[in-house]
Design a protein around this ligand. Structure first.
Ligand code: GTP
Ligand code: MG
Length: 428
């Protein structure tokens, strides 16, 4: 399935840059090469060419490449112009391309959308690609790369095959039962469905890929002047939060996302918790917000009196360098954000804990959409397990297969595709 219009876009970064790669995809990609570079080079060979517009004016000297379809990134004929990355150079090349018949600028994600339409990649791979382009930390990159490379798709194909096999068994029993009404499914059949449902359940229980984007959420809490903001600044290596000896300095929630050892974190500094009689109206709002943050946290670092923090919080004995410092009997960490003592140990422990809670590197993680489809499949299998009428079992298996198809994009809707590809940048 080839789209009628040929598209082009700058696929490299925003100019000015050393090189600007303009990609052209579609039926007229070869003509675009001939028109601008004067010839169509040998496939997959970079050649130097003078680029000219229709009037013969020289635009740039560039490396050009020719990738005849269908074995290309988009599944269509593809041309690349590796120009000098100046703004005016790119603009001139784009203008010359736009002047060609049936050729227009690409929309965001349109190259990838064509790759999907032409069966070069499936939906899970396209989503992985989107995540890869958006990845900011090492952990995000590794997870996205696994999906873009088709790890999830292969897994789903495997499950789909097994459901097909099970469906075939049911069909067999159904054919047979035309003659004898006592036909039953073999015992191992239910066992096989159960095993498959169990595998899906294990995948569904894994941390979701969105968790990687949000990061592991660590909230610092405690009474005023406990040293929350000072520790927050030390952990985020910033001066984002104002610190002062005045109790009630922090009034609003401050959050900052950072990567430590490639692991994404969001640290949240909050207003000191104290009785509102002492606090003013604005501080009272800050305290209410701080309490709301505690509920959202993946982990709370408690800098207040021992044992008074929320359940599961890590007891931190802060300001250990101060004279008259009162240690905590069961402190998980004793540290001074001012001297830095003990902060590295805390960071190390945070990284270890966050790694457990976030998708593992190299393990494909599901996003919300994929999770919903896989849940449908798991539900259908769980229900098939409990049924004895082969007709009903066959119907549940069909439902599971449909959910797998939706997951990898064999059955999709236009608006779903618009949403997915719309989040890509132009030129991808
Ligand atoms: N010596 C020493 N002083 C610290 C340490 N941590 C914080 N302080 C000081 O203690 C005071 C209060 O620190 P903050 O970090 O502002 O305390 P907070 O918990 O954010 O306080 P509120 O925002 O009012 O709730 C400031 O003057 C800090 O400089 C520390 O580890 N050692
Ligand atoms: Mg503060």
């Amino acid at each position: 399935m080839t789209q009628s219009r040929t598209i082009f876009a700058l696929s490299s970064g925003v100019p000015p840059a050393g090189i600007g790669v303009v990609r052209v995809s579609g039926l007229r990609a070869g003509e675009a090469l001939a028109a601008l570079a004067g010839r169509v080079p040998e496939p997959r060979r970079a050649v130097l060419a003078k680029l000219r517009d229709a009037s013969g004016a020289l635009l740039d000297e560039a490396l050009v490449l020719w990738f005849p379809g269908p074995n290309t990134a988009t599944g269509e004929d593809l041309a690349e112009f590796h120009c000098h990355g100046g703004r005016a150079v790119i603009a001139a090349v784009e203008t010359a391309l736009a002047a060609l018949p049936d050729t227009r600028r690409a929309e965001p994600g349109e190259f990838t959308r064509r790759a999907f339409a032409n069966g070069r990649i499936d939906l899970a791979e396209a989503e992985g690609l989107g995540d890869l382009l958006a990845a900011e930390t090492e952990l995000q990159r590794a997870a996205a790369l696994a999906n873009a490379g088709g790890a999830l798709s292969r897994q789903v194909e495997g499950w789909r095959e097994r459901v097909l096999g099970l469906s075939a068994e049911v069909e067999g029993v159904l054919d047979f039962s035309d003659e004898e009404d006592s036909a039953d499914l073999p015992e191992c059949f239910t066992w096989n469905i159960g095993a498959l449902a169990g595998e899906l359940a294990a995948w569904l229980a894994r941390p979701r890929s969105e968790r990687l984007g949000e990061g592991f959420r660590v909230v610092l809490a405690g009474p005023p002047n406990a040293g929350k903001s000072t520790l927050f600044n030390a952990l985020t290596e910033s001066e984002a939060a104002i610190t002062s000896p005045i109790a009630g300095t922090t009034r609003d929630v401050i959050e900052r996302s950072v990567a430590i050892d490639g692991v994404p974190f969001t640290f949240v500094d909050t207003a000191g918790l104290r009785e509102t009689a002492e606090a003013d109206a604005i501080e009272a709002i800050g305290i209410a917000r701080a309490e709301a943050e505690l509920a959202r946290a993946d982990l709370v670092l408690w800098l207040g009196p021992e044992g008074e923090g929320p359940e599961g919080a890590w007891e931190v004995a802060a300001q250990s360098d101060r004279e008259g410092f009162a240690p905590k009997a069961a402190a998980r960490f004793t540290l001074s954000a001012t001297t830095g003592e003990g902060v590295a140990a805390l960071k190390l422990a945070l990284v270890g804990t966050a790694r457990e809670a976030l998708p593992k590197p190299g393990e494909a993680a599901l996003n919300a959409r994929q999770h919903a489809r896989l849940s449908e499949a798991a539900e259908a299998l769980e229900s098939a397990k409990t049924l004895s009428d082969p007709l009903l079992v066959a119907e549940e298996l069909r439902r599971a297969r449909l959910a797998f198809d939706r997951l990898i994009g064999r059955a999709t809707t236009e608006d779903m595709l618009d949403t997915l590809f719309g989040r890509f940048c132009i030129g991808k």
